[in-house]
Design a protein around this ligand. Structure first.
Ligand SMILES: [Fe+2]
Length: 385
């Protein structure tokens, strides 16, 4: 392989461990703030997690306001409401609590609080001019990795448009990861978010922008997810499995923050748009088919993925060994009780042409290890249907 240079960034401080929520007040105090705003969703309220966080803040004598109406696929309208409330309450630090949606909504609010105009003006890479208020992210899924990434995926409802803002100013100042907060995550959510994290790790490792630091992070993430996701899914109270899964998705997030993603994510996005298939489930279904398609472009990479998962390889034929990787991912999807086919997740065949067209527009395609045409994407979709 030709030697190439690389750059690695991880702008977010990480505080990780069971019980680390108790360290939130001292972490907030370090930012010298007057009033905190918690940004979260109704599911977090229902699960009692907001109450736990409120108690920690109250006992520490910290002042806070709560916005608890973030929806999945957060819209610019919701972010507008967060901004208005943040101004009214005169808060000077944001704490996002939840999955990718709450964290991305808070990222959007941070941009809006410090920059003029509409959020859509900042779509794309490095368009945000001002960093804005300090920002702490507390993930409750394992997960999107959003607590350490520079990306926010937001929705403009009027134009029925999903767009991504990418800027180092979106990366939280601190990610506080307490696995105890993930213990109540239901099996399907655990499985779907875990397969999303696996897709991040595999697409980071096989990205055309892959690099040595991210390779190490991605392979360890793959190893942990293959071992622990079935345990976390089938026995949610297994703290060891929850801890390893939260760590694994963090490693994957730190990796893809630098390498970008690939064809599975390029397809998952329009699958969400056309059929409302949840992001993690769309990736779980597509990933094995995308890997099968990608193998000829870099079989040694897929052999390493299979090795990381602990698959016993024969070592006679590189392709035979490489194709063990997608087989293992498919096994994991089945073990975790997720659908294997698009038709089982609500997709209809008549719209697959549109999905292929939309996937082709994704910026992630240029990082995929194998170049894919619209016709090839349609064929992959039909296989997965
Ligand atoms: Fe993802």
């Amino acid at each position: 392989m030709i030697a190439k240079g690389f750059n690695f960034k991880l702008p977010t401080e990480i505080e990780f461990g069971p019980g680390s929520l108790t360290r939130l007040p001292e972490k907030i105090a370090a930012f010298n703030t007057n009033k905190v705003m918690i940004v979260t969703d109704p599911g977090i309220v229902k699960a009692g997690i907001l109450e736990r966080i409120s108690n920690v803040l109250t006992q520490a004598g910290l002042r806070y306001a709560v916005f608890d109406q973030v929806e999945s696929d957060p819209s610019t309208k919701t972010i507008e409401k967060i901004r208005e409330m943040a101004k009214q309450e005169e808060v000077d630090l944001l704490v996002a609590v939840g999955g990718g949606s709450s964290i991305d909504a808070a990222k959007g609010a941070r941009v809006q609080l410090a920059n003029e105009g509409k959020l859509l003006d900042y779509a794309g890479l490095n368009k945000v001019k001002n960093k804005g208020v300090p920002f702490i992210a507390i993930p409750t899924t394992a997960g999107t990795g959003s607590e350490v990434t520079i990306f926010a995926v937001l929705t403009e409802l009027d134009q029925n448009l999903k767009f991504t803002i990418a800027s180092p100013y979106l990366a939280p100042d601190l990610a506080l990861l307490d696995p105890e907060l993930t213990l109540l995550l239901p099996p399907m959510m655990t499985a779907a978010t875990g397969l999303d994290a696996l897709t991040h790790a595999i697409e980071a490792f096989t990205s055309l922008a892959s690099q040595p630091i991210c390779d190490v992070l991605a392979l360890e993430s793959i190893r942990l997810i293959y071992k622990y996701l079935p345990q976390a899914t089938t026995n949610g109270t297994n703290l060891e499995a929850r801890t390893e899964m939260l760590k694994a998705q963090l490693l994957a997030g730190a990796a893809f923050n630098n390498t970008n993603l690939g064809l599975s994510h390029a397809i998952a996005s329009p699958l969400g748009g056309h059929f409302h298939i949840p992001h993690g489930i769309a990736n779980a279904i597509m990933l094995p088919y995308v890997m099968n398609f990608n193998v000829p472009a870099g079989p040694e990479k897929y052999v390493k993925i299979a090795e990381a998962m602990g698959i016993c390889l024969i070592g006679k034929d590189i392709y035979e060994d490489a194709y063990e990787a997608p087989k293992a991912v498919e096994r994991l999807v089945v073990l975790c009780g997720l659908p294997r086919k698009l038709r089982d997740a609500g997709a209809t065949e008549d719209k697959l042409d549109d999905v292929a067209k939309d996937a082709l527009k994704s910026g992630m395609l240029k990082f995929n290890i194998r170049k894919a045409s619209e016709k090839q994407i349609k064929e992959i979709l039909l296989e997965a249907f």
